[in-house]
Structures are given as C-alpha cells and as structure tokens.
Ligand binder design. Sequence first.
Ligand code: ZN
Length: 403
Amino acid sequence: MNIISCDYIVTFDEKLQIFKNKAIAYEKQIVKIDSKENLLKEYPDALTEDFCKNSVLLPGLINTHIHLEYIKNKNRLEYGEFIKWLSSVVKYREELVSLSSSEAISEVLTALLKCGTTTIGEISSFGEDIEPCKKSAINVVLFNETLGSNPSAVDVLYQDFLQRYYKTLSLKDERFIPAISIHSPYSTHPILAKKALGLAKDAGCVVSTHFLESFAEREWLTNASGGFKEFLEKFVPNPKPLTTIDEYIELFIGIPTLFTHLTYASKEELKRIDSEFFITSCPVSNRLLENKKLDLKDIKNLTIATDGLTSNISLNLWDELRSALFIHEAIDADELSKKLLTSVTKNAGLALKLNKGVIKEGFDADMIVVDLNQDFDNIDTIYKWLILHTKKVEKTIILGEKA
Ligand SMILES: [Zn+2]
C-alpha cells in the first residue's frame, strides 16, 4: 500500500469535490481518501510520500486525439485554409513520416509523462507508432485508422487495416488498448467505414473520426462543390461525395465514438452528436487550419485534445488548455477552466471507456502532482491557476507506479 498526501486534492467526482489536507491510499487503484493520520492507522506499513504546501493532486491528463506519426513538422506546412494545408501535407508526407522514427516517438512520450499526460488516444495511420507506444509507460488507446475512397481498392485497404488492427489486438494489455478510427467522410468509402465499424461493434471498442473540420468539407458534403472537388480531382476522375452529413452520423449509432473538430457543424448537428457521442475539440489546430473555433458553451460531452504537430506547436495538454482559455474569451475564465480540466480528466476517461480521470475509490491510480507555488484566496479559482501556470508536473503515477 502507498499513501500520498498533498495540500489539495482535485477529484473531478460527481460533486467536483476539492479536499484540503487529505491523503490517498492506493495500490493499482485508489483504495481510500482520508486524513493521513487515519490512513496510517489502517495501513501502518504503507509507503508514504508527502508534498509541500500548495501542491495539488489531480487525475492524470488524458489527450483523446493525438497523431505521433508526424512529429517533426515545424515550418513545412501551410496554414490558414484547410485545402491549402491538406495539399501541403500530401506534398511533404514522405519527408515528415521518414523523420518521425520510433526513437523520436519514444522521446515525445517520455516528455508527455513529465507534463502529466498519462493517457493518449493515438490516431495511428501507418502502424509506425505501435512499437514505441507499446514500450512506453503511458496508457495508449491506439486508434487503427482506415482510409481510402476508391471503391475498387476497398478490399485491399480493409486487409491492410485488419493486419494493423490484429497486430495491436495481439499486444493488448491494461495499458495498451486497440481501437478504430474512420478518417473522415470525404476520405473513407462508406463500405470500408461500415466494415470497420462492424468490427468495432463486435469487439466493443471505441471509435474516433474527424468530422466537419473545414468550410470546404461542409460545402463538399452538402453541394458537391468547392475546394474539395478540385483537390479530389487530382486523385480520382469526376469525384462525388461518398455520403451526406446525416448519413455519416447514422453510421456511428450505437458505437461509442469521439467526433473530432465539428467547427462547421450546425447547432442541430452539434446538439445531436453531443447527446449520443463525445466531441473532441482541438482549439490550436482549428485556429491554425481555418481560423475557426467551436462554441464550447453548451457542449456537455466535451474532450479537449492537441491533434498532431502538423497542426499544432505543442503536444503538452497544459499548452492546449491555456490556448483554449485564451481563444474562448466569451466564457468566464473560472467557469471555462473547470470545464476544460473536466474535459481532459473525467470526460476523457468516459469517452475512451476507461476507469480513469477521477480521484475516487475504485478508479485507477493515475495521478499527477502539480506545485502551485503560492497561496490563493478562493478555492474555486484553483482550476484557472492550474491551467495558467502548469508546464510540467512534480510527479506522475500510472496504475499505482511512478512513471
Ligand atoms: Zn486529427
């Protein structure tokens, strides 16, 4: 048994309780929260660890949407409009993928642990990330991605996807969980999507998809015109949209899915998706690619994520939360900070169907400690101070072990 004590414990439980001067007894899971004195009476042989005044313990952060296969981009790609960006990704894809070695991915994962990210939802396009993810102490939900719009290639593409999916299934353990990604409505043929989603349903795994990320995507799906028509004509003669917006949503009914971006969804579409699924917003990516933000105010099933470094400058979730706090200036800073931190702890745990993201008896002991360094008057402002000042954490614990 271990006992850890901090000045504050921010739980993200149903009542969003914040405890002062309490301690946590834990093994792989959280066993009990009480005063250190009481816990020591119950577990006299426990190993103890105390953190200083103004230290804050909270659940490890969960980044539900990240791409590790393009981690060496800095100045290569064009920002400002999605098709321009996509064309630059196609142009420099080989170069960017070849720079992202297993070692480079491992280094990034080690850095993420020091920043307090304990779980990632990795969107895996080629499978190059499987080995470093498996080797890392970080928890990984690995979304094997399926992509391809040419109907005559569906069988070959599905076989390639299956090969990657079964490889991850053979490596499955409590820290490495296979899942499925349908790239997007403009890039994945519905036959391919249906096959992969059938598998997700049978296996009971979570699904991720990019959806309504650009003006061009909406125009393409609703009018079969605009930038996507021109872009796709480079690859297929006389391209047609593969699906409508409503048909695409219907594909995912009954499957736990994270819809990522939705910056061009209508209010009705957002409401519908929010009531049945989870919504992942990547504020920096949306700012860089389309100068657009998702209105977070009414979204309940929200998770915030970084996306990859083709559309961000940092994979540190604290950087993303800070950006989100500044970008969404219409919402009160304290209210928004609470919502943002809830989105990368409790909500993200629910979205990925994990026993994580809450400090409560029975939940996995994935915990981080932050040193806030200075006293503050009002406990309700703690979420804001955490977001404004944290870059790295003092301690990262995953499934009861130091990471
Ligand atoms: Zn993405």
